[in-house]
Design a protein around this ligand. Structure first.
Ligand code: MRU
Length: 373
């Protein structure tokens, strides 16, 4: 998508330097646009763990490139597959909730284990394939999700379609297009008036800092709201549609997403607002059927709750404490929205119910592959 009017992606191999993967360091947004070089597996591990990159699809893509960097490093020393398996385990331990991480690692590792050409060439071609497929899946999520926005627009001519989203499930969370934002970008490109309510998404404020920034760069009307405003706006008829992303979706449609998503789904159910989840198929965990019991929820540092960082008028970014020094803080980073609260899923193959029959109807070969393995 666009940055200062020029098309951009979130991750790429540095032109002319095959030993360097480049990312946008998302910690600096929206105050600065910083490109960071990753030259080793440890760089990739740090980038995922410390959230220079984040968002389920982008975590997967970064892990794939991280294994490529591990192969290059090991070519200078320890180039055996057992060593790479150990490195893959270190990568997998960075963040627990988004299943795209394990999916991408296992995909690259199985290619490496059966490689008959150079390991570096194999890892590079698999990372490139994962990246290109992600772009296409996210584009197709937009093509399919567009019908929802078109339907609402046709019922309220000349008025904007008001869409609420939580966290950042935009292009910054994937390689391009985003998941929840892709239908919005497609609608905007067709001239359909859209307006996005952007939840700020405490504690890390991915909505206020990332979603607001990327929507602004595309010229899309949006308003940042505090996380607790969504229910009120739904009661007032100010929200036509909710679209969020997912970090892991069970076989039967339970959805893990950024903390606070569940409360939005409850409010949407109570007020009759359609609540959709946009996800590419690598976000589906075909092996589990109970999100609340089986999806690991990342617990992050309490300092993300006790402190907040922002931009000072003098041009510096500073962190300030919000809470009394003696107060403890808890920081669960994701929650589960059960399938019964989800109106539908938007995938690269189309829309479906949040149910096992809905998902297996769209992805029969993926559902079968897990059951038979
Ligand atoms: O902690 P984050 O910023 O990685 O969480 C991201 C989200 O919760 C997104 O909504 C999710 O990954 C979907 S991204 C298309």
């Amino acid at each position: 998508m666009l940055v200062e009017g020029r098309p951009h992606r979130t991750i790429w191999l540095k032109p002319g330097d095959p030993g360097c993967v480049q990312i946008i360091d998302q910690r600096a947004l929206p105050h600065a646009f910083v490109v960071e070089d990753l030259r080793s597996l440890d760089d990739a591990i740090r980038a995922i763990r410390d959230m220079h990159v984040r968002g389920a699809p982008l975590i997967g893509a970064t892990a794939a490139w991280g294994l490529y960097l591990a192969v290059i490093e090991s070519e200078q020393g320890n180039n055996d597959i057992e060593h790479l398996k150990h490195e893959a385990d270190r990568l997998k331990a960075t963040r627990p909730t988004a299943v795209n991480l394990a999916w991408a690692i296992s995909r690259v590792m199985s290619r490496l284990e059966s490689a008959d050409s150079s390991l570096a060439a194999t890892a590079r071609s698999e990372a490139e394939a994962i990246v290109e497929e992600d772009v296409e899946m996210c584009r197709m999520i937009g093509v399919h999700g567009l019908s929802l926005i078109e339907g609402i627009a046709s019922r309220k001519p000349d008025k904007p379609v008001n869409i609420l989203t939580h966290c950042n499930a935009g292009w910054l969370a994937s390689v391009d297009w985003g998941t929840a934002t892709s239908p919005i970008y497609h609608a905007h490109a067709l001239g359909i008036p859209v307006h996005v309510w952007v939840d700020e998404t405490r504690p890390r404020n991915q909505g206020a800092s990332l979603t607001a920034w990327e929507l602004g760069e595309q010229g899309i009307a949006h308003t940042v709201i505090v996380d607790n405003a969504g229910g009120h706006l739904m009661q007032k008829g100010e929200v036509d549609l909710v679209i969020v992303g997912s970090d892991r979706t069970t076989r039967n449609g339970d959805v893990a997403n950024k903390i606070g998503t569940y409360l939005k789904a409850l409010a949407a159910k109570d007020t009759g607002v359609p609540f959709y989840v946009a996800l590419p198929s690598p976000t589906i965990d075909w092996e589990i059927t109970d999100g609340c019991k089986q999806i690991p929820i990342e617990e992050r540092a309490p300092e993300e709750v006790t402190h907040i960082s922002g931009y000072l008028e003098q041009g510096e970014v500073a962190a300030v404490r919000l809470t009394p020094p003696s107060s403890r803080a808890a920081n669960p980073a994701f929650d589960i929205t059960q399938a019964r609260l989800v109106t539908g899923l938007i995938t690269e193959r189309g829309l479906c119910d949040a149910s096992e029959s809905g998902l297996t109807g769209l992805f029969p070969e993926q559902a079968r592959a897990v059951h038979s393995s």
